[in-house]
Write a protein that binds this ligand. Structure first.
Ligand code: ATP
Ligand code: MG
Length: 415
């Protein structure tokens, strides 16, 4: 059966499935997007990206060399390796726009290039491959007898001669065969999409408020995608919340750490603070007061670890504590910027991202959360700062000791 591909081999299209012979590859060209526009600091971003790719590959069997040449990052396998596992590891590295399995050729003379391209195409694709294509050559090193237009012409011609169902379309081809002439000649025609974003750590450090829900792991993923590394804090309320609920949060942190790199998870025992709020404050204000204490504690931990912002999974209007008035009221207790990447997302859109990044199945496990245990039937949706502050005053005799105890009993789990 002839394979008629409508997919284009741009990074946003997944063309991995049309690679027939993965065993012909031992080198990859890594495409990166926004790093390219960082001017003089570009090398910092490239070096961070290389370090993250190395760290991702350290979990994969085999030895790899990750290195850069001007404008390009390469991964070369130095021994036997598993193609799928390797690509999957690189796919989790923020900053990677695309992963191109490449063939590296000696420069030789143009006849060698023609022969090798034909060989490559036969190994990659079935002979009745039917779609449009073009050749896109770049000659970075001028000591090669053909310029890029000439390479396009001769390589295009030889491919047409071998694959009768291919047609040239220079404007909207289904497939592009890239020929890059540098220290070697690099040949590739498939770009497996990476996650995009910026290398983690190049955008500073933040503290994620990580609950066991659907939203906060997605929020952490999204901020890390912009290059921000994370610590996380979980407010635990034993015996009202179980060890299994804590384990669920640990599991979620593990899943997102595949993208974000190592996370320090701070587990704060919140029970006594919640009980005090329950005992001394009006019940319709429990949630908002509780959230204000979460923010205060998160800020304290953030300052200790050099985090410059707090991150939450809040979204306007999702629940009573996420009305604009409530968000304003929780913001007041911290000087740090509160990043809420999901603020304008519908729940369904958040669910889709959580499915894509692999947190959804864990997030929906039915373990209790500290917020749901001490929740009022009719929580305030328009809290007034003065009134909330007055009621928080009811805690004045106990709160310093309770906060001190919470910090003293903090547990740190390295993820
Ligand atoms: P999620 O799905 O992330 O739990 P949610 O819709 O259940 O969100 P809330 O319970 O109001 O919303 O929490 C809003 C945000 O507050 C969460 O996204 C998270 O950032 C933070 N948060 C809530 N509970 C906790 C907790 N126990 N520990 C740490 N952070 C929490
Ligand atoms: Mg929650």
């Amino acid at each position: 059966m002839s394979r008629n591909f409508n997919l284009k081999n741009k990074p946003e299209h997944n063309t991995e499935s049309r690679i027939m012979n993965k065993e012909i590859f031992k080198d990859f060209l890594i495409k990166y997007a926004e790093i390219g526009i960082k001017g003089k600091n570009r090398y910092l971003f490239e070096d961070a990206l290389i370090a993250h790719i190395q760290s991702a590959l350290s979990r994969v069997e085999g030895k790899f060399s990750v290195y850069k040449t001007p404008g390009r990052i390469f991964v070369s396998a130095l021994e036997e390796f598993d193609f799928d596992e390797t690509v999957d590891a690189i796919k989790h590295v923020f900053g990677v726009a695309g992963i191109c399995p490449i063939i590296r050729l000696e420069k030789g003379d143009p006849e060698d290039l023609k022969k090798s391209t034909v060989e490559y195409m036969h190994k990659m694709y079935e002979d009745d491959l039917s779609c449009t294509f073009k050749v896109f050559a770049r000659r970075e090193s001028k000591n090669y007898p053909l310029d890029s237009m000439q390479i396009n012409a001769v390589v295009g011609e030889v491919i047409l001669g071998e694959f009768p169902n291919l047609k040239v379309d220079v404007h909207h081809p289904d497939m592009i065969v890239y020929v890059e002439v540098r220290d070697h000649i690099y040949l590739y025609s498939e770009i497996i999409p990476g996650p995009g974003g910026m290398p983690v750590g190049t955008g500073g450090h933040a503290m994620l408020l990580l609950s066991g829900g659907i939203d906060s792991p997605v929020a952490g993923y999204m901020i890390a995608k912009r290059g921000v590394s994370l610590d996380a804090v979980y407010f635990h309320a034993p015996p009202y919340t179980s060890e299994r609920a804590l384990q669920k949060v640990v599991d979620l942190a593990k899943i997102i750490s595949k993208y974000t790199g190592p996370i320090k998870l701070h587990v704060i025992n919140f029970t006594d603070i919640q009980l005090a709020i329950y005992e001394k404050c009006p019940h319709d204000e429990l949630t908002i007061i509780m959230r204000r204490y979460m923010m205060r504690i998160a800020q304290h931990l953030a300052e200790e670890c050099g985090a410059l912002a707090l991150v939450t999974g809040e979204s306007v209007g999702q629940v009573a504590s996420q009305t604009l008035a409530s968000l304003g009221c929780t913001n007041e207790v911290t000087d740090l910027p509160v990043l809420r990447p999901l603020i304008a997302f519908d729940k369904q859109d958040i669910v889709e991202i959580s499915e894509k990044i692999g947190t959804y199945e864990t997030s929906i496990l039915p373990y209790e959360d500290c917020c749901t245990i001490f929740v009022a039937k009719h929580p305030v949706t328009k809290p007034l700062r003065k009134i909330i502050e007055r009621h928080e005053g009811n805690l004045s005799e106990v709160i310093d000791d309770l906060l001190k105890a919470a910090y003293e009993t903090e547990r740190i789990i390295e993820i």
